[in-house]
Design a binder for this molecule. Structure first.
Ligand code: ADP
Ligand code: MG
Length: 257
């Protein structure tokens, strides 16, 4: 059975793309068949895994708005094996064009994925940093949402707003949408703030918060410039250890049902 997980938080710079890349890679190393959908016009996930190969290359934009067959757009990356639906700057215009469609504009991504969904164990969607129509498409196509939360002030405010959006999507388009989990990112055990924010989020959201926190680790920020996940870039790093643990925790939760 395939599971579609949207990695979402309307704040930029909280670790969505880093989590999308490294969770996809971790799942692949566990033998899972993975599709990573880059759903951000910045194309960071695509670039970070070298899925942008040439100018004018078809992207998720063509799938979404021109109904191009996803099979024609998917880049098959090896070691670890990940199928990638890349994005580029063309996606920046997609929200205006989606708005023009009117009825059913929230369900486009879900429809486009229907024909390929069953080929995968996990489909990971790297969402844009906004709560616009692209994000709504991702949440409508998804079975669950993974929310990365950066250990900083105002972290909870952002989550509260995102949870309201999730509830709205549940009411309007996707009643079965679940919270996959809340992930504390850029955790720094040496700072009081990190520890306090983490405790605060855990107090508010209990078991929904992953036991694994992702530490602030320079290797995690260096790996994308080499086109690698953290597991190829430095498997001994604290970042690799943490994303390995997160992957196991996520799979365990899912396989327990
Ligand atoms: P988002 O996709 O939410 O905008 P990113 O994953 O792109 O966030 O992360 C924002 C920046 O922080 C990037 O430069 C990334 O390399 C860096 N970064 C993300 N997670 C970590 C971490 N745990 N430790 C150090 N740097 C990180
Ligand atoms: Mg990003």
């Amino acid at each position: 059975m395939s599971k579609v997980i949207a990695i979402s938080n309307q704040k930029g710079g909280v670790g969505k793309t880093t989590t999308a890349i490294n969770l996809s890679s971790g799942l692949s190393y566990m033998g899972k068949k993975v599709l990573l959908i880059d759903f951000d016009a910045q194309g960071n996930a695509s670039q970070g895994l070298l899925a942008i190969t040439k100018r004018g290359q078809p992207s998720i934009y063509n799938v979404l708005l021109e109904d191009m067959d996803p099979e024609q757009v998917i880049v098959h990356k090896q070691e670890p094996a990940i199928d990638i639906l890349p994005a580029n700057i063309t996606l920046a215009g997609a929200d205006l064009e989606l708005d023009k469609i009117g009825n059913g504009k929230e369900q486009i991504l879900k429809k486009r994925l229907a024909s390929i969904k069953d080929q995968y164990d996990y489909i990971i969607i790297d969402c844009p940093p906004s709560l616009g129509i692209l994000n709504t498409n991702a949440l409508t196509a998804a079975d669950s949402v993974l929310i990365p939360v950066q250990c900083e002030y105002y972290a909870l405010e952002g989550v509260t707003q995102l949870l309201l959006t999730i509830r709205l999507v549940q009411q309007l388009y996707n009643p079965d949408l679940r919270i996959e989990g809340i992930l504390m990112t850029m955790f720094d055990i040496r700072t009081k703030l990190s520890v306090e924010v983490s405790q605060d989020v855990r107090q508010n959201f209990g078991k929904q918060v992953y036991q694994t926190s992702i530490p602030r680790n320079i290797k995690l920020s260096e790996a994308p410039s080499r086109g690698m996940s953290i597991f190829e870039y430095d498997v001994t790093s604290a970042g690799a250890k943490a994303y390995g643990e997160l992957t196991k925790e996520l799979v365990k939760r899912n396989e327990r049902g």
